[in-house]
Ligand binder design. Sequence first.
Ligand code: IPD
Ligand code: CA
Ligand code: CA
Length: 274
Amino acid sequence: MPDNIAQIGRQAALAAGAVMRLNYEQPHEITMKGAIDPVTETDYQCQDLIMAMIRRAFPDHGFLAEERVGEGGQPSSAAAPGCSGPAWEADPPAACRWIIDPLDGTVNFAHGCPAFCVSIALEADGVLEYGVIYDPMRDELFEGLRGGGATRNGRPIRVSATDRLDRALIATGFPYDIRERIPATMARLGRIVAVSQGLRRGGSAALDMCYVACGRFDGYFEENLKPWDTAAGLVILTEAGGKITTFDGGDYDIYSPNIATSNGVLHQKMLEYL
Ligand code: IPD
Ligand code: CA
Ligand code: CA
């Protein structure tokens, strides 16, 4: 693995964040990818910028990125393996692959709510090695390097020590196919609300994972996320001492259908209610 991975990933994340900050107050050009699933011109602009910066540094690396731009700037219907949505996947696959969510929290961004970020991960030979998530409105840069720890703006971060659910602040999110999942999802929310101190839905899965990593949240769970939603967060949260599984306690990977994350201490207790 090249040794300037973090340097290039960080530069790309900061550059994309600067674009989001510039565009935030401007009117947005919004296209719908599904009934409630928007994409803005800023999503495309950030993805293009990130990929160009990475390509310049690493011409032989591959990509798995959320937005695929086809003819006329419209998203293509081509799906990446294991994913139902449109995505850009390099062909042929490369040993080093960058997994990119150019703007996580697009609904917030489109509505002028300042909770969104860019999420970039590097996978080498199938192993996630590095993750960077940048929140441009709060100027918070989260990074994780496999075996090297996790940081927020360069300072080490750690998960919370909360060991009681009734003292735990838990976060969740709703997938874009939520309308097909209402009974099961609402029942799960009801169980967590009944036993936790509070439940939050921030609107950015990547930031939710960072907030567990730095102890602001004690746990976070969601269904049907995509690889680009969780890849960088996985490295950051693991390095910060967090635990990540599926709802039934199984091993989580970026293609898993659901994710349960916590500070570790609370994990088993939280799983009982999912
Ligand atoms: C979404 C956000 C949201 C989560 C959705 C994701 P996007 O990503 O992370 O918090 O609840 O499931 O799809 O579309 O804003 O990149
Ligand atoms: Ca996302
Ligand atoms: Ca996105």
